[in-house]
Ligand binder design. Structure first.
Ligand SMILES: [Zn+2]
Length: 54
């Protein structure tokens, strides 16, 4: 079973499913050899807002 990597700022926007709305990419993690679903940022401005808060 593949691992899902979801942006921490967007945990509420994603689901651990290849059919997630962000259209995740399936990649091979070269270190572990595991298949990884790399989820895309849906709201990059959230990340920026978080940075400003810090
Ligand atoms: Zn997603």
């Amino acid at each position: 079973m593949a691992i899902h990597v979801i942006p921490v700022t967007e945990a509420d926007l994603h689901q651990e499913d290849p059919a997630c709305q962000c259209e995740p990419d399936l990649k091979m993690d070269e270190e572990s050899g595991e298949m990884v679903w790399a989820h895309q940022l849906l709201q990059p401005e959230r990340l920026i807002n978080d940075l400003i808060k810090l």
